[in-house]
Design a protein around this ligand. Structure first.
Ligand SMILES: [Zn+2]
Length: 147
């Protein structure tokens, strides 16, 4: 698979950043379900480490999210988390802990021009930056599910 871009509703950007900023100073995390590179369902997950420099998704909520994707005919498309003090790049820990080949890693971090989100593919410890194409809501059918 050589997908180099990910399509997400622009509303996901606002929701992801609102969630991650609400988690400050801790890292926040969540999952995006979709198919064929198109994000359709966004689910914030609690960070059970409650750490400003690391995250681990709380297992029951993560399992519930994956089941929800499956029930909606979606696959796990992306895992997002924040780096509250940067950088806008996967950490060595992120790379070492990554266990979902083909699934996008989204990192959000503050920059000199505000918070940004970048997408990466992590393959056998190599980091490949990708592109997020943010879409207006009118162009895509989306589902929002809140836990
Ligand atoms: Zn990280």
């Amino acid at each position: 698979m050589s997908v180099s871009s990910l399509h997400l509703p622009a509303t996901f950007r606002q929701q992801i950043l609102a969630h991650l900023q609400a988690c400050l100073p801790e890292e926040g995390c969540g999952l995006i379900g979709g198919c064929a590179g198109q994000g359709q369902q966004l689910l914030p997950i609690p960070n059970q480490l409650h750490s400003p420099t690391a995250f681990q998704m709380q297992a029951p909520e993560m399992i519930a999210a994956l089941l929800s994707f499956e029930q909606n005919g979606l696959e796990l498309l992306a895992i997002y988390h924040s780096h509250p003090t940067g950088p806008l790049w996967p950490s060595p820990r992120d790379v070492a802990a990554f266990a979902y080949p083909g699934v996008w890693t989204l990192i959000a971090a503050p920059t000199s021009t505000g918070w940004r989100i970048r997408a990466f593919q992590i393959r056998s410890t190599k980091i490949h930056p990708g592109k997020i194409l943010w879409q207006n809501e009118s162009t895509v059918r989306t589902r929002f599910v809140l836990l």
